[in-house]
Design a protein around this ligand. Sequence first.
Ligand SMILES: *Cc1c(COP(=O)(O)O)cnc(C)c1O
Length: 363
Amino acid sequence: MIKLAHPVIDDDEKAAVIAALESGQLAQGPRVAAFERAFAAYCGAGHAVAVNSGTAALHLALVAHGIGAGDEVIVPAFSFAATATAVLHAGARPVFADVCDDDFGIDPASAERAITPATRAIIAVHLYGQACRIAEVEALCGPGRITLIEDAAQAVGATAGERRCGSIGTAAFSFYATKNLQTGEGGMITTGDAAVAERARMLRSQGERARYVTEEAGYNFRMTEVAAALGATQLPKIGARNDRRSANAARLTARLEGNPRIVVPREMAGRRHVWHQYTLRVPAGGEARDALQAGLRERGIESAVFYPAPIHRQPLYRRLGYAGVSLPVAERLAGEVLSIPVHPSLSDADVDAVAAAVNDLAR
Ligand SMILES: *Cc1c(COP(=O)(O)O)cnc(C)c1O
């Protein structure tokens, strides 16, 4: 079986976990603080606040910016569900924007049309490991007007121009088991705003700055020392692991780009793609895409559809009154996309087998 994701845990990562277990401190402690410092430096962000999931990072980023009841937050309709549920958990209202079919990110023109006097933030998702049109979204936000939140859950190490994802707005990362950097569960907020970082630190641990002094209704979003040990040990290797993903992606593209039945993913000019996923499109649509996936499965190759429905078409949002929302690109992409293996543990022979199977099935 050629899997879609495979965690890479080296001997020194195992040793770091054992050391954390033997340190006498299992929950948020010195390893979490060290991981935060290293991660902020890696992203080129002023501050980093570790949490226990990417979902918690998104939720806390919104709350730390003071976004809540009565506010609207613009989110792309084609993303992981948590991008939008974080807005609901913050007490605000998600307003969906359409996406672009070349980089799968938010369409700045659609985002602009969604702006109202109640808009407080835009969440820009760097889907599949490539930055979205973030400079255009940043321009829409303007200084001090609308808060820019990057959902960088899939984009550790990706760049947009000279800047790393996570250093542009306030950002949320995920270190879930299948992400490029993997701690099992885990997440991080990065921000250039010291006050937001301080508020996020307070809210992450019961709304306390000093022990047992409750200032606000906080959460328990703390990271464990074990997760931080894994993350900090992996961070120096993420460049090499992302390079291996890039090499696998280039090898896939070289073998697939002549196939008229599929559209291969593009690395956009001036952006470093970190290939969290290698996502094809099958323009013939749902049935042809599903047949390709079934054929791959028969040949022992795992693939996945991220995501089979746009967020506004999920039962929750129908119930919340979004049934009339129409976002044609997001709706079309949900029927066309298929992610195939690109992870760093694949051999060249694995990559060749994946490409050969796709070409053989999509003829
Ligand atoms: C994984 C992911 C999240 C949520 O992260 P968790 O760690 O699973 O909570 C949010 N947004 C996107 C785009 C993701 O891929």
